[in-house]
Each structure stands twice: as C-alpha cells, then as structure tokens.
Design a protein around this ligand. Structure first.
Ligand SMILES: [Zn+2]
Length: 284
C-alpha cells in the first residue's frame, strides 16, 4: 500500500511530466472507485492547465489554473503510469479506470485493481473545508510537527502510541509500516500509553523528541530511496522503488532485532486490527 513517501514519489513523477500542461480529455471508464466520481470532475478539469501538484498527507492535490483542485488518494493499489506522446498504448489495461490525455499528447492512466482509491473535486477556496482534508493534523515533515505539538496532541490519551500515530488528526500521512519503523528506531514500545509520552501536563519528554526526530528521518530516507514497494506498487515511471529492503522491523517477526547490542527477537502483535512488529527488548 502506498504510504507517504510513495505518494511523494508519485507527486514528483507526475509534476515532472504534467506541470504547465493542459488536460484535453478525461476518460472515466467506470462510475467510481471507492466512492463515485464527483459529477463535475470531467467537465471541470478538461481544458484546464495544471499549475501545481502538491501532497497533503497521502493525498495528491492537482491544482488547476481555474482554481479547482483534483484530489487523488491511491488507496491500496492505485498507480499512475505515464506515456509520452509517441508511446500511447493502443489499448488500455483491465484496471485502467481513468485515462487522462494531455493536449501535448502525454497520457496518464490511473490503474487500481482493488479500487480503494478515490478522487474528489475541490472548488476554488474550499480546500480547508474539504471533508478529506479539514481534520488532518500537521505534516510530519513540516516544522509544525515538533515535540511540543506531538505532546499537546498526546496528553491525556489512553490509547497505545502505535494507534495514536496512525490517527491522521494527530499527525497526517503516517501508515502502518512507517509507524512500526519509527517506534523501533525510537526505542519506544508500540503498547506504551500515549499519555505517558506526553509526560505530566503535556510536557515534552525525551521519548517524544525521539519519535519526532525518527519520524522525519525515516520519511526522508524513504523519499530519497524513491518510495518502497511492498506489493505491486510502482512509481509513475513504472520503476519499482527499493526502500522495502531497508525495513528494520516491519514484516520481520521471528528474526533477530537488527539493532547492535540488542539480543531481542522481533514479535508481531495486532493492534487496532493492524499488525505491529516490534522488539520488546529495546522498545520500552
Ligand atoms: Zn531490539
């Protein structure tokens, strides 16, 4: 499943090819994905010029010169493929649900076998009230995400830190794999109560600082590596990323802990319906 670094990789790839280009045609080959396509999606986007492609959490925000914003979430298996003007395929694949043809002949296809992805059309100036974006916490790589901010969000919370970090209102865009990696690197148990990390009265703690620092570090490394590929996720250029080799704890239950000086074994538990991988020796 694409996580924040993968979405960032897709964003960069799309921006490289599509920025400044005009959309000639959008072919919606079904009624919708996880949700129905917005009614005006096609007519509002056709003829518009793409002025920027941004990312908020795991959402792609494709901004038009008209002020409309095309929001795309890749779900579990969503993937863009780009075809240069002279490479346009004669027929499209089974799960190519949306075909975007640019005026210059470039074609972008959105393929999504499991159809957990979704798209929305945001009217000019309505981004901050959009149902997908309005309640998101701060971006983990922004300066807003710091120890004070995290502790403020965690204070008094009686859920495990693993669950709290997956809560998009606390910090936006972290998924299961990276939260496991972050907590392992930070040496914090996924079962630890969130409130204990915030300290008394929401005061900053060393553990909170470690979590914040490792969050930024892990995401930066992953973005640098071009995103990971757990299943069949490919970047827009069709190249597979390679960060998955570097997961130190995710998917490694039964293996020795990778930390030097730790003799622990990675275990797997289920929290909130999701698998958590951690080392009970060095994560406290
Ligand atoms: Zn360990």
């Amino acid at each position: 499943m694409p996580e924040l670094p993968e979405v960032e990789t897709v964003r960069k790839g799309l921006a490289k090819q599509l920025l400044g280009g005009a959309i000639e045609n959008i072919d919606l080959r079904r009624e919708g994905l996880r949700f129905p396509f917005p009614q005006e999606l096609k007519e509002r986007l056709e003829g518009s010029v793409i002025v920027s492609i941004d990312r908020r959490a795991k959402y792609l925000l494709i901004r038009m010169d008209s002020g409309f914003v095309w929001l795309v979430h890749l779900g579990m298996t969503g993937k863009f493929t780009l075809y240069h003007p002279n490479e346009k395929p004669s027929e499209f694949a089974k799960h190519d649900h949306v075909i975007v043809s640019m005026k210059d002949g470039t074609v972008a296809t959105y393929n999504d076998p499991r159809r957990f992805g979704y798209m929305d059309l945001i009217k000019p100036d309505e981004e901050w009230t959009n149902r997908h974006l309005a309640r998101l916490g701060c971006e983990p790589l922004s300066d807003d995400f710091d120890t004070a901010n995290l502790c403020d969000k965690l204070k008094g919370k009686k859920n495990p830190i693993k669950i709290a970090l997956l809560d998009q209102r606390i910090v936006a865009g972290l998924g299961n794999i990276y939260v496991c990696e972050i907590l392992h690197r930070a040496g914090v148990s996924p079962r630890r109560l969130s409130s204990s990390i915030a300290g008394k009265n929401g005061k900053s703690t060393k553990m909170a600082k470690k979590i914040v620092d490792e969050t930024k570090q892990v995401l930066r490394e992953a973005i640098e590596a071009g995103g990971s590929t757990i299943s069949d996720f490919a970047t827009v250029d069709g190249d597979l990323g390679y960060f998955s080799h570097s997961f130190t704890v995710y998917g490694r239950d039964g293996e020795d802990c990778s930390k030097t000086n730790c003799v622990g074994i990675v275990s797997k538990i289920v929290q909130g319906g999701r698998s958590t991988f951690f080392c009970s020796k060095c994560q406290r």
